[in-house]
Design a protein around this ligand. Sequence first.
Ligand SMILES: C[S@@+](CC[C@H](N)C(=O)[O-])C[C@H]1O[C@@H](n2cnc3c(N)ncnc32)[C@H](O)[C@@H]1O
Length: 354
Amino acid sequence: MTGRKPAPYLASKLGAAYLGDSLGVLPALLKPHSVDLIMTSPPFGLVRKKDYGNHDADKYVDWFKAFGELFRKLLKPQGSLVIDIGGAWIPGQPTRSLYHYELLIMLCRECGFHLAQDFFWWNPAKLPTPAEWVNIRRIRVKDAINCVWWLSPTPWPKASNRRVLAPYSDAMRGLLKNGYKAKLRPSGHDISDKFSTNNGAAIPPNLIAIPHTESNSYYLRYCKEHGLEPHPARFPAELPEYFIRMLTDPGDLVVDPFGGSCVTGEVSERLERRWICSELVEEYLKGARARFQRRGNTAGIPSKRTEHESFYKAFHPGINWNGTREPKLPADGGRKRNPKAVKPENPATLWTVA
Ligand SMILES: C[S@@+](CC[C@H](N)C(=O)[O-])C[C@H]1O[C@@H](n2cnc3c(N)ncnc32)[C@H](O)[C@@H]1O
């Protein structure tokens, strides 16, 4: 540690948020190998500038390298770095930037991280954009996932999936009730009778479904009452909660170097983990005060979840397939802006199962 310690902008029982560049704030506060989890959502490499400081996708990886090196230094050997990052479209053409994959490769090849697992956060409430490719020319589908890279300095980070078990599906409940005959699957997998042991809950997949629909939370009401702009790129509290539960114990230290409105701090406090956030923009930390003024969840996590609400259905893609009676594909890949060319004569015929 060098120089004077920065003063917290806001503090709670278990943590504090600091106003400033995390490249300066964190090394002044933290000893090497002292952090259990870095849980963060950095500014995405959107090509259109937003008002929270996005960097041009091309320069993104270079910009991130200093953070990658710092994170590697601060993490305990069995700690984890979890990065929630959205993809980006190349401006003016219907193709995607590779920046978030390049970021992942750089972190593994140049900063010494291992990829423990790649997760995908599916936001079923995401609007279809960019409208030009998705709604108008109809040549791309809705982009509704963020990548979540779970990295660690070791191939063996501290973790347990028992902390994030999900309810059994109806099909699995049926199997548990009616029994399952051990057999060899066509794929060659030997499904033993252990498969029918009721463990109380299911091991979740690496697809995390959270609709991003916060609308009347204490945080939003507080921002409105105080004339503050709510942070425009918050993550839903369930996302950091998932990884904080899976990768840390109470009392561990969680850091969010791109703290924004301190969702990570709020969740850590509620789960009895110590925490530190740093954030460049004062307005966001003013709003973050709301999160520590009262106990419990201020971020709008639904408290009563019915069975129905707790599942999001991803339909089997074949449900609407209908033989070969489909409109002809645009031979120019949709380059000409002529949506009529791809409209079926009678759309109703497309939406019935043959
Ligand atoms: C995607 S937002 C994070 C939002 C946060 N997860 C939440 O839910 O409120 C990224 C944040 O990183 C902040 N930021 C960008 N560069 C930073 C830096 N060098 N140090 C600290 N914060 C930074 C931006 O101001 C922005 O608020």
